[in-house]
Design a protein around this ligand. Structure first.
Ligand code: SF4
Ligand code: SF4
Length: 287
């Protein structure tokens, strides 16, 4: 089976202090970090065996917090990127960690979903980190949340990034109808695909790859079909991919998050993002 696995361990901490985030400046205990590490090692052990079972995997780390400040995630990315049956390994990150390890990644298979947090880092520092990935030929997208106070910073960052690096803007959805038409035009000028992220898509009863070939794995091995449906559909280590996979219509009213709605076939977003759908790089920006 060709499958996408989102993975989130027990980690619940970050070195940044974003005011809008529950993990900001949270410090995990030594025990929690050890648990997170052991969970990842178990996941790695399971992944290694899947080649013999004929599976092809794409793996996306989407932690609650920042993963790359921890060695076990960096080592996992390096190893996974070199496994024949792993087609891609990607991570959501603020890119604050040292990047002296990225040379060891398989360049065609590793990717970064990088979020810029104005106020937590300087633009120069952030750009310098991005350029390290760029110069190594590693795939990455860069993005930020389109809150009004960040408009200027996002536009400035766009002007400084190489034109072939895609910058996405996530629509701010905590307030309904947040944007005026002019603001949508402003943000679309920065991110040509911004309007794809503005709606919460009607999803109830619709077909979705989540739970069929896309799975959200928790550190202990329990699996949910997606980021928003809390129901556990099984256990990765007990049920395996065949045991977990089933055609399931969406049970949620709306789907508004990129990591979810990209798996709705009716949106055909593979036509926009091609083989870089997971790390959010539109086909026109793929290097
Ligand atoms: S960088 Fe991300 S995880 Fe860390 S505090 Fe900011 S929003 Fe939260
Ligand atoms: S909420 Fe989104 S990702 Fe989850 S099943 Fe529904 S459409 Fe798929």
């Amino acid at each position: 089976m060709r499958a996408v696995l989102y993975y989130r361990g027990s980690l619940f901490s970050c070195n940044y202090d974003c005011p809008y985030c529950p993990f900001s400046k949270n410090k995990d205990s030594k025990e929690t970090l050890e648990k997170d590490k052991q969970q990842l090692l178990s996941f790695m052990e399971w992944v290694r065996k899947q080649g013999d079972a004929g599976h092809l995997l794409s793996i996306f780390f989407n932690p609650y917090g920042e993963a790359l400040v921890h060695r076990w995630y960096r080592e996992a990315m390096i190893e996974l990127s070199h496994l024949d049956h792993v087609e891609k390994v990607a991570v959501q990150t603020n890119l604050s960690a040292k990047l002296d390890w990225t040379e060891r990644l398989h360049k065609r298979k590793a990717a970064f979903w990088v979020t810029y947090h104005p106020g937590q880092t300087s633009e120069d520092q952030f750009l310098s980190q991005c350029m390290k990935l760029y110069q190594q030929g590693l795939a990455f997208s860069v993005g930020s949340v389109g809150i009004r106070s960040a408009f200027g910073a996002i536009k400035h960052l766009r002007s400084k990034l190489p034109p072939d690096v895609y910058l996405w803007v996530n629509a701010f959805k905590d307030r309904r109808n947040y944007y005026t038409e002019d603001e949508i035009a402003y943000l679309t000028d920065i991110d040509p695909h911004f309007e794809l992220n503005v709606p919460d898509y009607d999803s109830l009863g619709k077909s979705c790859g989540a739970g069929g070939s896309v799975f959200y794995v928790q550190g202990a091995g329990t699996v949910k079909r997606c980021y928003s449906d809390r129901k556990v559909i099984g256990h990765l280590y007990r049920d395996g991919l065949e045991g977990l996979s089933a055609e399931r219509a969406c049970g949620m009213k709306k789907c508004g998050c990129y990591i979810g709605y990209i798996h709705m076939p009716e949106l055909a977003l593979g036509d926009v993002y091609g083989s870089s759908l997971l790390e959010r790089i539109p086909a026109g920006f793929a290097r």
